[in-house]
Design a protein around this ligand. Structure first.
Ligand code: SAM
Length: 274
């Protein structure tokens, strides 16, 4: 069997050229351009087995990131797998907002609530080397990925395995300049309707309660007293949640809220200052 044949099988089975190309590159080491130059390359038995195993898993809905055990977040490689949420491109916008608005020598306190794989916290620490960054995650499986990702990316953040709605003695004497979160925000009743591959991701990462807004409401209730006087809160939002979340901030007398749209023109991020 040669490279052309396996590439064609991948295209036919996945109906997704990007995934087919990623799979070929990962297993056989040929990138998009090299594939056509090496159509006659003979595939060895071992790689062929791996190829069909991966291909079947992806075909049956498992996210390609789980199958390959990794993903990229703004170019940063992160380990992912069953039990941890796969960071999305929309979430990169939160981090980019911080890059645009804080200087590299910023040395304040930042906390990433519901940190998952650690994508936000780890990337921020790479850029803001002097900042003190905490990350809290409740799921032990996700937390293991968070810890592993800080190591492979060689950053030191303070990570905590725990529920963000419990009291943490670590913070008795700490307040934050930035509270950032991409929390679970899917309405409980909508989870069943999600695409098959999203349902491979942990339920705890998706479930935002009956109206999808439980985390925004409770984060404000539990964490506002931990925000410094001129601090900011940044949330990622689900589709159509900006109006209600803005109201919540208004009720807490935040005078300045900014909403940013994503690449699909959806109101995706809210930034609030008191
Ligand atoms: C939508 S995922 C986002 C993960 C990560 N921030 C990202 O953007 O990729 C939400 C995360 O919140 C975690 N989580 C859910 N409830 C939590 C709680 N009460 N305390 C801490 N983490 C929680 C989930 O395990 C999951 O990792």
């Amino acid at each position: 069997m040669n490279l052309f044949e396996v590439y064609k099988i991948a295209l036919d089975m996945l109906k997704n050229k990007t995934e087919a190309v990623i799979l070929i590159e990962e297993i056989f080491g040929f990138n998009r351009i090299d594939i056509s130059l090496n159509y006659n390359f003979e595939i060895n038995e071992n790689s062929k087995k791996v190829f069909f195993n991966y291909l079947n898993r992806i075909k049956y809905g498992e996210p390609i990131q789980y199958v390959l055990g990794k993903t990229f977040f703004l170019g940063l490689e992160l380990k992912v797998g069953p039990g941890v949420f796969i960071p999305r491109p929309e979430t990169e916008l939160l981090v980019e907002y911080i890059f645009k608005n804080f200087k590299e020598d910023f040395s304040g306190n930042i906390i990433d609530l519901c940190s998952g794989s650690g994508a936000i916290a780890i990337y921020l620490k790479k850029y803001l080397k002097n900042a003190k960054i905490w990350a809290i995650e409740k799921s032990p499986e996700a937390f293991d990925y968070l810890v592993a990702n800080t190591k492979t990316n060689n950053v030191k953040i303070k990570y905590i395995l725990g529920n963000i709605f419990e009291k943490f003695s670590e913070f008795n004497n700490n307040k934050f300049d930035i509270i950032i979160s991409n929390p679970p925000y899917i309405k409980t009743g909508d989870i069943e309707k999600l695409d098959k591959n999203v349902k491979f991701e942990p339920y705890i990462a998706l479930d935002g309660g009956k109206d999808g807004l439980e985390f925004y409401r409770n984060i404000l209730k539990f964490w506002l007293s931990k925000l410094k006087k001129n601090g900011i809160i940044i949330f990622e939002l689900g589709i159509g949640q900006h109006i209600e979340v803005k109201k919540m901030f208004n009720n807490y007398e935040f005078k300045n809220t900014t909403i940013l749209k994503d690449f699909s023109n959806i109101e995706r991020i809210i930034i609030a200052k008191q």
